[in-house]
Ligand binder design. Structure first.
Ligand SMILES: C=CC1=C(C)c2cc3[nH]c(cc4nc(cc5[nH]c(cc1n2)c(C)c5CCC(=O)O)C(CCC(=O)O)=C4C)c(C)c3C=C
Ligand SMILES: [Fe+2]
Length: 421
């Protein structure tokens, strides 16, 4: 046994505190707590449980940082794919609990060999790290040919998302076989996790693209304050929350929805949406608010009230016009205008430096989870296009991906066991 195993990275370096409060937290709820008693995991000390009925990182209160990676599987051997998923799971178990990858980790191995763990998270706590995996349509079938014997296992609605009006997708940022979402309250912890998982995949899968994110643009628990996006608006106010009565219906695949291996799982949509920041910044305040449909300061709907007041799409001003313009983003995205469709948003701001014109290469890495891809498609169809959502003038959708996230794993299970086990 290595000298540090099974201690956490922080315990290894002698920092106090982390181990003492290592209470187990399942998906953001303390063990024994009811669904009505959300707890806010201490971002520094308390690891989020890796095992459970559902994968963590979906209903878990959204952490502050993201590293999202999409990979293509380069082996065509089912055994090698299963081997990779098992190794990833073993590493993910350790990483999410604040431990190093491998038996000897970063510094306890043979000096002649490259370390098993890359080491940049030594001394850092688990930082609320969650790792969530999803499988793209191309893992099952490519160019009309089944892969890994999975042809019949592909859920009928796991197909590439349709091209929406106004989409300017870059092929290198679109599709992909496997997505892994790392969320943490420390960016170095999220980056370390993805770097080590990618390293483990060497020879079996290669990176298609990855994206760093900061400043969560959605809260997923009523215990969280609403953060702001790069247009300066509170984002996530009307999001589905883990405490909502109907959250299971919105997010988790149920028996009878499709293949049994997805029961307890969820569909992940990822879209890199570039935001025309400089153009937006020239828009007067009242114009910005009319485009969103909410007040910039409080986040309250333009129909009146504070941030969490109910939106009244029918309320009219003295001029007879709806107080929330019909082309505003919230009007177009509202369930009442989308056959009741709702989604759990879990996106992040990003800035990829500046473009060739000196403008911020920034936007929102949109992530949503839903029981069926149709929920997202319905809303996005209503938003997309120049004559629909007024916000579109300031947005460009650059990437698109749909991934089937299997249910959670048990103590001896592995990621994707219900599909490939
Ligand atoms: C297809 C789904 C959605 C995309 C894509 C999307 C992009 C996007 N949104 C904002 C900013 C805000 N969105 C807000 C609300 C909101 N957005 C969606 C869906 C998509 N947004 C929904 C379902 C809702 C809730 C509608 C409702 O029921 O009221 C808000 C308001 C605050 C809030 O409720 O979260 C803002 C602000 C940006 C900047 C963006 C792309 C870059
Ligand atoms: Fe939105």
């Amino acid at each position: 046994m290595s000298e540090r195993s099974p201690l956490s990275r922080r315990a290894l370096l002698g920092a106090a505190g982390a181990g003492a409060v290592a209470a187990s937290v399942a998906g953001g709820y303390a063990v024994g707590a009811t669904r009505d008693e959300p707890v806010r995991p201490d971002p520094e000390a308390v690891p989020v449980a890796f095992e459970g009925r559902h994968q963590a990182g979906i209903l878990t209160p959204a952490q502050d940082r993201l590293h999202f990676v999409v990979l293509d599987v380069t082996t065509e051997s089912r055994d090698e794919l299963v081997g990779l998923l098992k190794e990833w799971t073993q590493a993910a178990r350790k990483l999410t609990q604040g431990n190093e990858v491998g038996v000897y980790g970063a510094v306890a191995g043979a000096p002649e060999a490259p370390p098993e763990d890359t080491g940049e998270a030594l001394g850092l706590p688990a930082s609320g790290l969650t790792l969530t995996i999803g499988f793209g349509p191309s893992l099952f079938e490519r160019d009309g040919r089944a892969r890994f014997g999975l042809g019949d296992a592909r859920p009928a609605d796991l197909v590439d998302l349709p091209l929406f009006s106004g989409d300017r997708l870059e092929p290198s940022l679109t599709g992909g076989d496997v997505a892994i979402q790392a969320c943490a309250n420390d960016p170095q912890v999220a980056v370390h996790a993805i770097r080590n998982l990618v390293r483990i995949a060497f020879g079996r899968a290669s990176v298609r693209y990855s994206q760093l994110g900061f400043g969560r643009t959605s809260s997923t628990s009523a215990s969280q304050a609403t953060a702001r996006n790069l247009f300066g608006f509170k984002d996530g106010t009307a999001n589905v929350k883990s405490e909502d009565r109907d959250v299971d219906d919105v997010v988790w695949v149920q028996q009878g929805d499709g293949p049994d291996w997805m029961v307890g799982g969820s569909y992940l949509v990822a879209r890199r949406i570039d935001m025309r920041i400089e153009t937006w910044d020239r828009e007067p305040l009242a114009g910005q608010e009319a485009i969103i449909g909410r007040a910039k300061g409080s986040g309250g709907p333009l129909s009146g009230g504070d941030e969490h007041a109910t939106i009244d799409l029918g309320k009219r001003g003295s001029d007879g016009q709806p107080l929330i313009p019909v082309t505003s983003h919230v009007a177009k995205a509202h369930p009442d205008n989308n056959g009741g469709a709702r989604i759990l948003r879990r996106g992040y701001n990003f800035v990829n430096g500046t473009d060739g014109l000196g403008q911020l290469a920034a936007g929102l890495f949109f992530i949503s989870y839903q029981r069926s891809p149709e929920q997202f498609v319905r809303i996005q169809r209503n938003l997309a296009g120049p004559t629909n959502d007024a916000l579109n003038e300031y947005l460009v959708h650059r990437s698109s991906g749909l991934f089937a996230c299997p249910p959670g794993v048990g103590p001896r299970g592995f990621w994707g066991e219900t599909l490939l086990g």
